[in-house]
Design a protein around this ligand. Structure first.
Ligand code: V47
Ligand code: SF4
Length: 385
C-alpha cells in the first residue's frame, strides 16, 4: 500500500474509533501491518483508553498461590508443569496454604490469584477444600481462582456440569475467575499448542456460565509464538462476541509468550514493539471490555509502564510467589512494593488507584495499612466505548 492509501485507511479507522463505532476483522488486521505506525496505533488506543478510564491507572495488592505444579497436560508453551514423578513436582499441604494466607493478610493483600496444574492423583475435593480452607480462615481475601482449563478438568473428574462445578466452588468461596487458559482460540493454533486441554467452545461456555451465575471473570490472549495476526484478531473478536452476550469480562490481559524452558524454546520472545502494538490493538478491538491490563511480571516493568500510554489502564498487582512466568525465564523482580508500583504509574503521568479484584476502590485504614474495605466501583461512571 502506498503511503497516501495507508493514511486514508488509517483515517477511516480513526474516524470509526472517534465515532465509537466497532472495528472489523479487516481493521484489526490493518493495524497489525508493520507499515502502520505504532505511534499512530498507540495514540488512537490511548484516546480510547482515556475516554473509558480517564487518566487513572489501577493496581491491586495481591499474591499468587500455585497449589501444585504437577499436571496431566503438556502444553507446549508451559515451563511450569512437572510430571508426577519429577523431583521438583509438588502439591502444597494445608499448613503451607494457611501460611500463605497469613502472609497475605500481614501484607494487606486483597486478592489471592490461585491456579496450578491438574494433578493426576488429587481429586476434585482437594481443590474445593483448598478454597474453603482459605475462605474460612481469611474471609476478607478475594479468591480469584481456577482457569477454565481447571473447571473443565473438575467437570471431567466429577462427571457433573460446568454450572454445578462453578456453583459448588462459588459456595466454597471462589470469588471470580482469572483469564488464563484461553491461549489462542483458533484451532489452527490451539491444536498445535495444547490439543488435549479444554477446547475453545468449552472455554467460552465456562466463562459464559460463570457470568450467568454472577461470577465476574477475566480473559487473556497468549501471543508471540506460532500464531499470525489473523489468529490474534479472531481471538479478540470471539472475546468481544461473548462480552456482547454477558458483559461478565472485567479486563483483558494480552500475555506475551516467554519461551525459556518450554517445548518452544527455539522461538524468540516477542519484541517490545509487538507487545505495545498488541496492547493497543486489544484496546481498540475490545470496545466492550472496560479494562486492559499490562501485566508487568510478563511485559517487564519498562514496557508495562509504556503500555499505560498505549491503551492499558491497569498494571495488575504487587504480586508475590509468581511461578508461571519466572519458570519460563521472566527477568522481572519477584514482587513490587506498593510505593514502587505507585511510582511507576506516576512516572507515566497517570494517577494510581488501588482497586480490589472486582474493580472497587480500596480504602485503607490510615493507621494500619493491613486494614481495608472496598468502596465504590471504579466502573460506576459508565462510559461508552
Ligand atoms: O493460561 C503459561 C500463560 C496463563 C507461559 O486474570 C504463558 O488477572 C507466556 O492467565 N509464556 C496464566 N505465557 C496467567 C494468567 C494471568 C496472569 C495475570 C493475570 C491474570 C488475571 C491472568 O499464562 C496461562 C497461559 O496462557 N502462560 N506459560 C509462557 N511460557
Ligand atoms: Fe498444565 Fe496449565 Fe501448564 Fe498446560 S499451561 S501444562 S494445563 S499447568
Amino acid at each position: 500500500m502506498i503511503s497516501s492509501e495507508l493514511n486514508a485507511r488509517f483515517r477511516e479507522i480513526r474516524d470509526k474509533v472517534e465515532a465509537s463505532e466497532r472495528l472489523s476483522l479487516e481493521d484489526g488486521l490493518f493495524l497489525y501491518e508493520p507499515e502502520v505506525s505504532l505511534q499512530a496505533v498507540g495514540e488512537l488506543a490511548n484516546y480510547m483508553r482515556e475516554r473509558l478510564n480517564g487518566n487513572v491507572a489501577y493496581y491491586n495488592i495481591n499474591t499468587h498461590l500455585n497449589p501444585t505444579n504437577v499436571c496431566v497436560y503438556r502444553c507446549r508453551f508451559c515451563a511450569f508443569r512437572k510430571d508426577l514423578r519429577d523431583e521438583s513436582g509438588y502439591a502444597m499441604t494445608d499448613e503451607q496454604v494457611l501460611e500463605r494466607g497469613r502472609e497475605a493478610t500481614a501484607n494487606g493483600c486483597t486478592e489471592m490469584h490461585i491456579v496450578g496444574g491438574l494433578h493426576h492423583q488429587r481429586k476434585y475435593e482437594w481443590y474445593r477444600d483448598l478454597i474453603s480452607l482459605l475462605k474460612t480462615n481469611f474471609p476478607q481475601i478475594h479468591l480469584k481462582a481456577w482457569t477454565a482449563v481447571e473447571i473443565d478438568w473438575f467437570r471431567f473428574q466429577t462427571k457433573k456440569s460446568f454450572r454445578w462445578v462453578l456453583e459448588d466452588m462459588q459456595a466454597a468461596g471462589q470469588g471470580s475467575m482469572p483469564g488464563g487458559g484461553a491461549e489462542i482460540f483458533h484451532p489452527e493454533v490451539r491444536d498445535q499448542l495444547c490439543e488435549h486441554k479444554a477446547n475453545t467452545p468449552s472455554w467460552i461456555e465456562i466463562h459464559k456460565t460463570a457470568h450467568e451465575i454472577g461470577m465476574k471473570t477475566n480473559c487473556t490472549m497468549l501471543y508471540g509464538h506460532v500464531e499470525k495476526a489473523y489468529h490474534r484478531i479472531d481471538h479478540l473478536m470471539r472475546l468481544r462476541e461473548l462480552q456482547d452476550k454477558t458483559g461478565g469480562f472485567q479486563v483483558c490481559i494480552p500475555l506475551a509468550f516467554h519461551p525459556d524452558n518450554t517445548q518452544l524454546s527455539d522461538l524468540k520472545k516477542p519484541s517490545g514493539l509487538m507487545d505495545l502494538r498488541t496492547v493497543a490493538i486489544s484496546r481498540l478491538m475490545l470496545d466492550n471490555i472496560r479494562h486492559i491490563k499490562a501485566y508487568w511480571i510478563m511485559l517487564g516493568i519498562e514496557t508495562a509502564q509504556t503500555a499505560l500510554a498505549y491503551g492499558a489502564d491497569d498494571l495488575d498487582g504487587t504480586v508475590r510467589h509468581e511461578l508461571i512466568y519466572h519458570d519460563a525465564g521472566a527477568q522481572t523482580p519477584e514482587f513490587l512494593s506498593v510505593e514502587q508500583i505507585k511510582q511507576l504509574i506516576r512516572e507515566a503521568g497517570r494517577e494510581p488507584i488501588e482497586r480490589d479484584t472486582t474493580y472497587n476502590r480500596v480504602i485503607r485504614d490510615a493507621n494500619d495499612f493491613t486494614q481495608w474495605h472496598s468502596g465504590e466501583s471504579v466502573d460506576a461512571e459508565l462510559v461508552t466505548a
